[in-house]
Design a protein around this ligand. Structure first.
Ligand code: ATP
Length: 596
């Protein structure tokens, strides 16, 4: 996302970016235009009928003539009402349709963006873009477009009819038009700029709120509610001020437009009245002309108001356009190399150096080389910040290293299709993520096409079957934020079941640091052992049991590999690992728990 302080562009072009979404519904657009034409046509007939009633109706002795005029007016009004309803329905639903499509497209795009994008963007801000900005666009594509088109047609029709009715009076009006239009253009530009500023402030406030809501337990634990509420109040206030500025400019715009338009009409009426008195024009014709002038003026007035809304939507579309234009940094190559079949699970790092895109000046890995044989279990050990998690990120190709290659089964992962690569990996994070879905769906996340029986078998292997079956609706119980809260150990077993179900040849495991009670610990440990069996496993190890069972331990310090070997070899060497082991694992092999 670009810097919020970048100068807002002064155009409606960002809305053009969304045109393809609307053009997907050409049939509906055509119907809307038909309804619009019918409604505008019916409106434009009314003044003619009124002139006829004034000029002939009242002077005619036959009452049936008057009846006929009024009856035909009734018919016109009926057409007007039906066509207006059709226009409203068609255009508004078009707006809703377009926005639903835009939201889906933006989310689809967001899901493809690389982790580095999420490193530098607040999630709440993205959510605001997805909801508030798209709502603004809905207004522009729906209601505003409907009003704008109706008034555009009405204006064109009424202006034409003005000329037909009285070219002389129309010439007079023509002089007034630049006086009306020029100030409106200037105001429109200001509304557009402030509209974007208001959306930015709103996104800031939303970002703040979503972060705070996500961490409310912590906030309350620190007794920081009122401090946080004050900060949010301030963010909301800034958002209000920005919106108020927009509305103020639009209010002035409305006043200026209405005054200019109707003052011109009154002036023309004045002039026309003298024509009627001098007998140069009938009263009916003046009446008809004035009605057309009121229609044209009213239409212009509404157009100026709508132009404000459209300008605001352009600001919103601009931000969404930026999101859509953000390219994922990790992409599949044009011609991806196929990974060998069947998968073996051989991993290798070859002289890999890396720094995170957000902090390019701080190298995190230096010239790291190691290889892991198929089926081997390698434990990564090292002090905090040594680069253990970074190695896992690079294996998953969440980032690309600046120098060196990471390869799977002999193919550089940057040359493979990332989705094929990741289908060969299962990842169990340190803090297991549980989605607000049923327990069954949570496990099936690992392999969407798995049968219910396979999900339950995975849960049994992960020692999760017991507590899941005991939930009110068993596997169909909602868990996570919207349902039953699970304990840390239960969440871990869900994450393990997910990985078991995925059945991938490479397992990436970030061991939980939080100590579980002895029973949970044993269950989780046994589940992990079943999961690791027969797979290439890279584990960020925090437990003695894990390092003891690992085929090899790779010790990292400051982004370099400093030692490699088994627990016994490394303890005998008396280096960094021996020191770490003494500190971290000193509870002795029998405890099997603890650390970090
Ligand atoms: N997304 C990121 N953007 C920028 N820097 C990062 C990012 N993630 C990690 N780092 C930095 O990279 C270094 C290595 O971090 P890493 O998470 O790999 O360490 P670790 O060995 O896993 O540590 P721990 O055991 O504490 O989890 C740290 O200095 C950290 O500040």
């Amino acid at each position: 996302m670009t810097d919020a302080s970048s100068p807002p562009r002064r155009s409606l072009r960002p809305l053009g970016r969304l045109a393809p979404y609307a053009l997907a519904y050409k049939g509906r657009i055509a119907l809307s235009v038909l309804a619009l034409l019918a409604a505008a046509g019916a409106t434009l007939v009314v003044p003619i009928a009124i002139r006829r009633i004034i000029d002939f109706g009242f002077s005619n002795a036959e009452p049936w003539v008057v009846d006929r005029y009024f009856l035909s007016m009734m018919a016109v009004v009926a057409v007007l009402s039906l066509a207006s309803a059709a226009r409203y329905y068609l255009v508004t639903t078009l707006g809703e349709r377009v926005v639903a499509d835009v939201r889906a497209a933006v989310f689809r795009h967001l899901a493809e963006l690389s982790p580095s994008f999420y490193d530098r963007t607040l999630s709440g801000e993205i959510v605001s873009r997805l909801s508030a900005d798209t709502t603004q666009i809905k207004a522009a594509f729906g209601a505003s477009a409907s009003v704008a088109l109706r008034n555009l047609f009405l204006f064109a029709g009424a202006a034409t009819m003005m000329v037909v009715t009285s070219p002389r009076l129309s010439a007079l009006v023509l002089i007034a038009i630049p006086v009306i239009v020029l100030p409106l253009v200037g105001f429109g530009r200001r509304v557009r700029q402030r509209g974007r500023a208001a959306q930015d402030k709103l996104a800031e406030a939303s970002a703040f709120a979503s972060e705070a809501i996500g961490a409310m337990r912590l906030v309350q634990a620190f007794g920081a509610q009122s401090r946080l509420s004050d900060s949010f109040g301030l963010a909301a206030e800034r958002s209000y001020e920005a919106s108020r500025d927009v509305v103020a400019v639009r209010a002035v715009l409305t006043a200026v437009a209405i005054f200019l338009i109707f003052a011109s009409i009154v002036g023309v009426l004045w002039y026309g009245a003298s024509d009627v008195m001098a007998g140069r024009m009938t009263a009916g014709t003046l009446g008809q002309f004035v009605l057309y002038a009121v229609f044209a003026g009213g239409a212009l007035g509404e157009l100026s108001q709508v132009s404000g809304e459209v300008a605001q939507a352009a600001g919103a579309a601009e931000r969404l356009g930026e999101l859509l234009a953000t390219e994922p940094e990790i992409r599949a190559p044009a011609q991806p190399k196929a990974l060998p079949q069947p998968a073996r699970g051989a991993l290798a790092f070859d002289s890999v150096s890396f720094s995170y895109p957000g902090r390019p000046d701080m190298p995190v890995l230096h010239d790291v080389s190691f290889s892991i044989r198929p089926g081997e279990t390698v434990a990564l050990v090292g002090p905090s910040g040594a680069g253990k998690s970074t190695i896992v990120h690079l294996i998953l190709r969440q980032y690309d290293p600046a120098v060196g290659t990471v390869s799977l089964d002999g193919i550089a992962i940057s040359e493979a299709d990332p989705s094929e690569l990741r289908s060969r990996m299962a990842f169990v994070p340190q803090e297991p993520v549980v989605f607000a879905m049923s327990a069954r769906e949570n496990i099936r996340f690992g392999r969407p096409d798995a049968s219910d029986a396979a999900v339950e078998a995975a849960a049994r292997d992960a020692a999760a079957d017991g507590f899941l079956s005991a939930l009110p609706d068993g596997y169909d119980t909602m868990i996570g934020e919207r349902g039953v809260n699970l304990s840390g150990g239960q969440r871990q077993r869900i994450a393990i079941a997910r990985a078991i179900l995925r059945d991938a040849p490479v397992l990436l495991l970030d061991e939980a640091t939080s100590a579980l009670d002895a029973e949970s610990e044993t269950l989780v440990q046994q589940a992990l052992e079943r999961l690791m069996a027969g797979r290439t496993t890279v584990v960020i190890a925090h437990r003695l049991a894990t390092v003891l069972k690992a085929d090899r331990i790779v010790v990292l310090d400051g982004g370099r590999i400093v030692e490699e070997g088994t627990h016994a070899e490394l303890v005998a060497r008396g280096g960094l690992y021996a020191r770490l082991a003494k500190l971290q694992f000193e509870d002795g092999p029998q405890s099997g728990v603890v650390v970090a």
